[in-house]
Design a protein around this ligand. Structure first.
Ligand SMILES: [Zn+2]
Length: 466
């Protein structure tokens, strides 16, 4: 059997997840994510896949986050004509997220054209809204636990990865002439704590593992600690300092988790009476998709729905759809909470809020997610005194706080727990992807401690026979 894997993204870094599996000449792409946060470098990598999209027979998509799904419209536009396998909830989320990604690119492109001195130097968007439909039409729904044939000799089963709604680990079995190779691609792994989604389901036994490493270097706090931490941030900023609490958050997953905690605090009478604005059209749509898929919630959360039919809404919440209303909020001086996207602060309405709020020390920016190096979010978290937003310098005088509880990613101990059902003696190779150097080092040491061997961090474009 000729089986290989080439790492075309999330190799030594956290974005652009894209791994090409080749079995006896057939090609299957695991994820087709967008590179983010490195300006021109990301753009270049997004324009050149490193393989011919026409030569790919099928795509298996682990989940809807843009760093895993964001280049699918471009792949189809460049000639990929096969099926894209994903869970039903992932397909629902992709339909709003890819549309949003295309719209952001079109808007950025128009803005670049307005400001550019040499119009012919402005690059086209990676894709437009017109390109999204064909990618969605290629999607084929597969539920958790349903085994299906991807190409002759290669079968796949999704297991629930507990990361965001619909997220899956990809369990592959390659079979040829009596030989069997089992490959596990974890996608992004979720948490083992009391949150909206159930904990990750154990993946199937594998000979080769491709494992995400985002938080391989740290351990997250518990839920009661997180609820108290969020309450304290609201109180300190909105009551003590009379300022705005700005929470940049991924529209999918993180926004609903933060709203869920605020809803709990509100039900318990622990939330000060301040307006809460959810200012992201994508987050509004995503919250609808999450509400519609309540069958995927953890059982204890489904039980809560009997007492409180809407876990993402409470007194004082306003979902802001139109951009005029969003601009009004920028100029508001009264204490309030603003939850807006994108989480890495690179795109979307959050940049307008930050431009107005960062230079006032009464305000607080509360980072609740991972920000890749090179992003605006990363600069703010790392303590930059001045940042550039829309090309203008902005002084950072607001407090900057962080919470890691809302990460949708497993921490080091949870990743080890996730792989604890695997037999370390029979696993031949472990490839660590989707991380930063300290995360790879932390996770590698932890996995070695559990008896795993042959652990490596592949480089961009590296091909391995497995
Ligand atoms: Zn993800």
């Amino acid at each position: 059997m000729s089986l290989s894997i080439t790492f075309h993204g999330a190799a030594g870094m956290v974005t652009g997840s894209k791994h090409l599996v080749e079995l006896n000449g057939r090609r299957v792409l695991l994820d087709c994510g967008m590179f983010q946060g490195e300006g021109r470098d990301s753009d270049k990598k997004n324009r050149h896949f490193g393989f011919d999209p026409r030569s790919v027979d099928a795509v298996i998509l682990s989940h809807a986050h843009i760093d895993h799904s964001g280049l699918l419209p471009r792949l189809v536009d460049e000639g990929f004509a096969g099926p894209i396998y994903a869970t039903p909830a992932t397909i629902d989320l992709c339909s709003i997220m890819l549309e949003d990604s295309a719209m952001i690119q079109e808007m950025d492109h128009e803005r670049d054209l307005r400001h550019a001195r040499k119009k012919n130097k402005v690059l086209d968007p990676l894709y437009t809204r017109e390109d999204v439909g064909p990618a969605l039409q290629a999607m084929v729904p597969m539920t958790y636990g349903q085994e299906f044939e991807v190409v002759p000799g290669l079968r796949c089963t999704f297991t629930d990865a507990g990361h965001i709604l619909g997220s899956a680990a990809v369990n592959l079995v390659a079979q040829d002439d009596g030989h069997i190779r089992r490959v596990l691609f974890t996608g992004d792994v979720g948490r083992y704590v009391e949150r909206i989604l159930p904990e990750p389901q154990p993946p199937l036994p594998a000979d080769v593992i491709i494992c995400e490493s985002t938080y391989g270097y740290k351990v997250h706090p518990s839920l009661p600690e997180a609820e108290e931490e969020l309450r304290r941030h609201v109180y300190n900023t909105c009551v003590e300092k009379r300022g705005k609490l700005i929470i940049p958050a991924f529209s999918v997953g993180k926004t609903q988790e933060v709203l869920y905690t605020l809803n709990t605090l509100s039900n318990e009478g622990h939330l000060p009476r301040v307006p809460v604005y959810v200012d992201s059209p994508l987050a509004i749509d995503a919250t609808e998709v999450v509400r519609d898929h309540h069958e995927l919630f953890r059982e204890s959360v489904q039980a809560e729905l009997k007492q409180d039919p809407d876990l993402f809404s409470f007194r004082g919440v306003e979902f802001v759809q139109n951009s005029e209303r969003s601009k009004q909020l920028d100029h508001r001086q009264e204490p309030c909470i603003v939850i807006s996207a994108s989480g890495m602060m690179e795109a979307g309405r959050i940049r307008h809020h930050l431009r107005h709020a960062l230079s006032n020390e009464r305000n607080t920016v509360l980072a609740v997610g991972f920000c890749a190096p090179g992003t605006l979010g990363h600069a703010i978290i790392e303590g930059a005194e001045v940042v550039h937003i829309f090309g203008e310098p902005v002084r950072v005088k607001a407090d900057v706080e962080r919470m890691s509880f809302y990460s949708a990613h497993a921490d080091r101990n949870e990743l080890v727990r996730y792989l604890s059902g695997q037999d370390a003696d029979t696993v031949e190779r472990v490839f660590l992807v989707h991380g930063i150097p300290i995360a790879f080092e932390g996770l590698e040491a932890a996995l070695r401690g559990q008896g795993f061997r042959n652990i490596s961090v592949p480089k961009q474009g590296q091909r391995e026979l497995i």
